[in-house]
Ligand binder design. Structure first.
Ligand code: G3P
Ligand code: CA
Length: 335
C-alpha cells in the first residue's frame, strides 16, 4: 500500500472522473445510435440530451467496496483527499460519518470531538464539534494529524486540508458517485435526519432516479433510521450493530426487516449462518471495517454483499470472482 499525495489524488480523481464520464457518454451515445432513441432526424443528440443518470450508476455486479471514511488508510479520513483517492481507486461507495455543528451544519467527521483529527486554534479545534460553528471549524487543519500519526504515509499536501460539509461533498461529487452516509447518534434521533434528507432531496438523490442504491443511510440507532424512513421512504437504510462477539439473533433481524435493506455488523460477528439468515430475509450484509486481505477473503467466501475498508484498492484486488451483491430487493420481496 503506497502513500498518495492529496494533489496527486485530486488530479488523478479528476482525470478518472473525466474518463469515467467520457466513457459513459460514449456508451450512451452508442446505445442511442443503436436504438434510434433520444434525438430527432439530423439532431446532434450528444448536445441536446443528457444521459440518464440511472444508466451511469447501475447495480454493482460484485460485492461492494465501501471506502471507510474515504481511502483513509492512505489519506486523512473525511477529507476530499481521502474521498478522491477512494474514487480514483474504484471504490463503489464513499462513506461519510456525520456530525452537526452548533449552528446546524452537517459536517463529515467521525468523532464527536475534534481532538484526534483537528489541529488549529484551541478555541475552535478542540472539544465537542457540537459546540463549534462552521466558521470556527474552517480554521481547523484536518490533515496534519495523519502526517504525525503515520509518517510512512505522510504527505505535505495533507497539511491544512479542510473539514468538508455534507453540502460541499454533494456539490463536489453530485450524482456521479455512491454515498454511504452514517447518521452518528448517541441514542435516539440526532437532529441530523431532517437536514440530511433536505440536502439529499436538493441534490436529486432521494427520488430513486439516481441509480441503484446510490445513497445508503446507515446508523447504529434504529430510531434515527426510522425517522429517516418517515421523511424519505425511498432511501435504503442499513442498521449497524456494535461489536458483540456473538452472532446477531434471528429476532433482531426480524426487527430490522421492517425498515432496512441491510445490516452492518462488525466483521468479527459475521459467519456463514448470519449471512444465510440475513439473506433469507432479503437483508444485505456489509461488515465493518476490514483491511486484512485474509479476513476480506473469509467474508467474501461466506457470502457478504460488500464491506467497509480503509484500503479500497486491497479489497478491489480480492473481490474478483466472488458473487454479486444480494439480488433480492425488499421491493421484489414484496415489502
Ligand atoms: O459505519 C460502519 C462503520 O464505520 C462503523 O464504525 O465507528 O467507524 O463509524 P465507525
Ligand atoms: Ca461509520
Amino acid at each position: 500500500m503506497g502513500s498518495c499525495g492529496a494533489q496527486r489524488a485530486e488530479d488523478a480523481a479528476s482525470r478518472g472522473g473525466r474518463i469515467r464520464i467520457a466513457g459513459l457518454l460514449a456508451v450512451w451515445v452508442l446505445a442511442v445510435s443503436l436504438t434510434g432513441c433520444g434525438g430527432g432526424d439530423g439532431e446532434d443528440v450528444a448536445t441536446t440530451t443528457t444521459p440518464p443518470v440511472d444508466e451511469a450508476l447501475q447495480a454493482p455486479d460484485a460485492p461492494v467496496v465501501i471506502a471507510h471514511r474515504g481511502a483513509s488508510g492512505d489519506a486523512p479520513e473525511h477529507t476530499f483527499a481521502a474521498y478522491d483517492l477512494a474514487l480514483e481507486q474504484g471504490a463503489d461507495y464513499v462513506e461519510q460519518d456525520l456530525q452537526l455543528t452548533a449552528d446546524g451544519v452537517l459536517v463529515a467527521l467521525h468523532d464527536a470531538t475534534l481532538d484526534r483529527t483537528a489541529r488549529g486554534p484551541t478555541e475552535s479545534c478542540t472539544g465537542a464539534v457540537a459546540t463549534k460553528t462552521i466558521e470556527q471549524l474552517r480554521e481547523c487543519d484536518m490533515g496534519s494529524w495523519f502526517n504525525e500519526a503515520y509518517p510512512d504515509r505522510a504527505d505535505p499536501d495533507y497539511v491544512g486540508l479542510a473539514i468538508p460539509t455534507m453540502e460541499e461533498i454533494l456539490d463536489r461529487y453530485g450524482t456521479d458517485v455512491r454515498y454511504y452516509i452514517e447518521v452518528k447518534s448517541s441514542g435516539a434521533e440526532s437532529g441530523m435526519e431532517e437536514p440530511l434528507v433536505e440536502l439529499l432531496t436538493g441534490s436529486g438523490l432521494v427520488d430513486g432516479g439516481s441509480g441503484f442504491r446510490q445513497v445508503i443511510v446507515q446508523s447504529f440507532s434504529p430510531e434515527s433510521l426510522r425517522l429517516v424512513r418517515s421523511l424519505a421512504p425511498e432511501l435504503p437504510l442499513v442498521q449497524l450493530f456494535v461489536v458483540s462477539g456473538d452472532q446477531l439473533t434471528e429476532a433482531l433481524l426480524d426487527d430490522v426487516v421492517a425498515y432496512a435493506v441491510g445490516i452492518g455488523p462488525s466483521s468479527v460477528d459475521v459467519d456463514e449462518a448470519l449471512v444465510e439468515a440475513a439473506h433469507a430475509r432479503c437483508l444485505a450484509v456489509h461488515p465493518y471495517t476490514v483491511d486484512d486481505p485474509t479476513e476480506m477473503v473469509r467474508l467474501l467466501d461466506v457470502g457478504v454483499d460488500g464491506m467497509f475498508t480503509n484500503v479500497p484498492d486491497v479489497l478491489l484486488g480480492q473481490r474478483a470472482g466472488h458473487r454479486a451483491p444480494l439480488e433480492c430487493t425488499p421491493e421484489a420481496a414484496g415489502r
